[in-house]
Ligand binder design. Structure first.
Ligand code: PLP
Length: 342
C-alpha cells in the first residue's frame, strides 16, 4: 500500500522505528498471571492520566467497550447511546450477544448531544419497563465527523446520570484528539465517567491495544470479563511497550493531524460536500447533492492513488494520521478538488 495516500482510517499507521525499538526491548512476563511489568506500568500510567484507580489492557477498542458495558449494565437491562455510536453500529451486536444488553438510541446527532433528550429517555426500575442502567457517549465521535462533545455537555450528562442513578461510559477511542482540540485535561474527562475505553492504535499509532479505565473494583471485574471473552494475553508487554511509547511521543502531535484535516476540509468545502465542521482528524463527506456518489468518488480517487472510506451510498470519510505527510495532503487536496469539480 506504500504507493497510496491512505486516508481511509487512522488505524492504518505502522509502528515507527522508535516504537519498534521500545517493543523489542520491553521487559515481559505472563500477563494472565499478572506478571508482565510493562503491562502493569501501562495500566498504572493510563489510570493516572484519567484520574482513576485502575486500568486494564485489552486487545481492541471493541473489546474494551464491551467489557466496560458488561460492568455497568446487567443482562436484560438497558444502555442508552446515540444511533451512530460505534458500540451499536460497528461492534456486530456484541452488547446483546455477549452482555445480554438491551440498547436504545437517541437520533444520530454526533457530538451535539442534548442532555435533556437523554434525560427524557431514561426508564425507571419497575415491573414492566426495561430499566436503564447506563449512558454511553463517544469522544470524539467517529461517524459524527470527529466532533468533540463540549465539556459543559458532558457535565450536564453526568448530572442526568447521577439524578437517575446511572453509570456514564465514554467510548474514548479518540479522546486524545478531544483533549488536544479543546485543551481539556484527560483527568477532567476521566472524572466525569464511571468507565472509559481509550485506544492506543488509532491516532496514537500503536499496532494494537485499548484500555478500560475505572475504579479498582470495576477493573478487577473487568479482568474476569476479559478472560471470559478470550482477551487474556501472555507476554503482551511487547505491545504495551508500543502503547507507552505512543503516549510519550504521539499525543501532542495530534494537532498536526487536525491541521491536515482542516486543509482537506477547506479543499472540499467549496464543492458543497463537507458534512460538518471539522474539529479533529476526520473529514466527513456528504455527497447527497453531488453528481458522484461515494463508491464512484472512492473508485476514481483510488485510480489516482488516494484511498478514502465509503460509509454509505452518499457518505464518505477522510481521516488524517501520522503516516500521511504534508506533501501527500497537498496531493490529496489536488486529487479531490479535481474529482469534485468534474
Ligand atoms: C469510536 C470508536 N470506538 C471503538 C472502536 C473500536 O476499535 P477496534 O477497531 O480496536 O475494535 C473504533 C474503531 O475504529 C472507533 O472508531
Amino acid at each position: 500500500m506504500a504507493e497510496f495516500i491512505d486516508l481511509r482510517s487512522d488505524t492504518v499507521t505502522r509502528p515507527t522505528a522508535g516504537m519498534r525499538e521500545a517493543m523489542a526491548t520491553a521487559e515481559v512476563g505472563d500477563d494472565v498471571y499478572g506478571e508482565d511489568p510493562t503491562v502493569a506500568a501501562l495500566e498504572a500510567e493510563v489510570a493516572a492520566l484519567f484520574g482513576h484507580e485502575a486500568a486494564l489492557f485489552a486487545p481492541s477498542g471493541s473489546m474494551a467497550n464491551q467489557i466496560a458495558l458488561q460492568l455497568v449494565v446487567p443482562p436484560g437491562d438497558e444502555l442508552l447511546c446515540d444511533a451512530d455510536a460505534h458500540v451499536v453500529t460497528y461492534e456486530i451486536g456484541a452488547a446483546a450477544a455477549y452482555g445480554g444488553i438491551s440498547s436504545r438510541t437517541w437520533p444520530a446527532v454526533g457530538a451535539d448531544v442534548d442532555p435533556e433528550v437523554v434525560a427524557g429517555m431514561v426508564r425507571p426500575d419497575g415491573y414492566f419497563a426495561v430499566p436503564t442502567r447506563a449512558i454511553a457517549v463517544e469522544q470524539t465521535h467517529n461517524r459524527g465527523g470527529g466532533g468533540v462533545i463540549p465539556l459543559a455537555t458532558l457535565r450536564e450528562l453526568r448530572r442526568v446520570a447521577d439524578g437517575h442513578g446511572l453509570a456514564l461510559h465514554c467510548d474514548g477511542a479518540r479522546i486524545w484528539h478531544a483533549h488536544v482540540a479543546d485543551g481539556v485535561p484527560l483527568a477532567e474527562y476521566g472524572a466525569l465517567f464511571d468507565t472509559l475505553s481509550v485506544c492506543l492504535s488509532k491516532g496514537l499509532g500503536a499496532p494494537v491495544g485499548s484500555l478500560v479505565v475505572g475504579s479498582a473494583e470495576k477493573i478487577a471485574r473487568a479482568r474476569f470479563v476479559r478472560k471470559r471473552m478470550g482477551g487474556g494475553m501472555r507476554q503482551v508487554g511487547i505491545l504495551a511497550a508500543a502503547g507507552r511509547y505512543a503516549l510519550a511521543h504521539h499525543v501532542e502531535r495530534l494537532a498536526e493531524d487536525h491541521a491536515k484535516a482542516a486543509r482537506l476540509a477547506e479543499a472540499v468545502a467549496p464543492h458543497g460536500v463537507l458534512a460538518t465542521v471539522v474539529r479533529t482528524n476526520i473529514v466527513p463527506l456528504d455527497l447527497t447533492k453531488h453528481p458522484l456518489d461515494a463508491p464512484a468518488l472512492a473508485a476514481a480517487a483510488r485510480e489516482r492513488g488516494l484511498l478514502i472510506s465509503v460509509l454509505g451510498p452518499r457518505t464518505a470519510r477522510l481521516v488524517t494520521h501520522m503516516d500521511v505527510s504534508d506533501a501527500q495532503i497537498d496531493d490529496a487536496v489536488e486529487i479531490l478538488a479535481r474529482l469534485l469539480r468534474a
